[in-house]
Design a protein around this ligand. Structure first.
Ligand SMILES: *Cc1c(COP(=O)(O)O)cnc(C)c1O
Length: 232
């Protein structure tokens, strides 16, 4: 049962918080529902989940229409500029902003709708060729540039850590991006907050919490393995 999965994840979050002396309220669990059917989202919603993460614009928009209004939607996947217009004003947070040009387009669409769009800057913290995200060394400059956009609000950083079998192997990367967010916060850039640190997935969210994650994105741990084979 998905409810039991959710309960297990909740228990693990509690354990991780207890281990490092953090309050449970500092960590938001995002249920990553990409590729999963509506019934499964509804089941988790019934069990109390209110934060859902999706990585495709079309799927996100479809699910927004069909789920209750009090769901907070997180765009966590690579975002193309020509699709920005479909999601601006509809998500609580866009986690995956990694270029100024993308932020600029979000700003244009946000102005049209007279909203301010909260975003995170995605950092490729382990410098993996296969991953999106700005490099750690370019992150500060990118944040400073985006800060000048009136209708975009930087709330923090996001990273997708390497796919490892031992979560301890990612601890150094979590520590590195946490330090980066502290460094940026110390610059006290106007219109920039570093209150959110989105990191940790099914394989490593407990370590991520110990290293300062304020949002963990858990898919498989709640919904089970994804099957991409039967999808178009
Ligand atoms: C799919 C995805 C997740 C969830 O991954 P799991 O390993 O299934 O928990 C988290 N973050 C991003 C950006 C994703 O694309």
């Amino acid at each position: 049962m998905l409810k039991d999965n959710l309960k297990t994840v909740e228990e693990n979050i509690n354990l991780a918080c207890a281990k490092c002396g953090r309050d449970r309220s500092e960590v938001t669990l995002i249920a990553v529902s990409k590729t999963k059917p509506l019934e499964m989202l509804e089941e988790i919603y019934e069990a109390g989940a209110r934060n859902f993460g999706e990585n495709k614009v079309q799927e996100l928009c479809d699910k927004i229409e069909l789920m209750p209004n009090d769901v907070e939607w997180h765009m966590i996947g690579h975002l193309q500029r020509n699709k920005v217009k479909y999601i601006v004003g509809r998500t609580s947070l866009i986690h995956s902003v990694d270029t100024y040009r993308l932020a600029e387009e979000i700003n244009v669409q946000a102005k049209k709708k007279n909203v301010t769009v909260p975003i995170l800057v995605e950092v490729n913290i382990a410098d993996e060729e296969t991953k999106f995200g700005t490099s750690a060394s370019d992150a500060i400059l990118l944040v400073e540039e985006i800060a000048s956009l009136e209708n975009v609000a930087v709330k923090g950083l996001m990273t997708v850590a390497p796919n490892v079998s031992n979560p301890e192997d990612n601890r150094l990367y979590f520590r590195k991006i946490k330090q980066l967010s502290v460094d940026i916060a110390e610059k006290k850039i106007d219109n920039v907050s570093m209150q959110v640190l989105s990191m940790g997935m099914t394989g490593d969210y407990m370590v991520a919490i110990e290293e300062g994650a304020t949002m963990v994105r858990v898919g498989t741990g709640i919904f089970g393995e994804r099957n991409y084979v039967h999808r178009r």
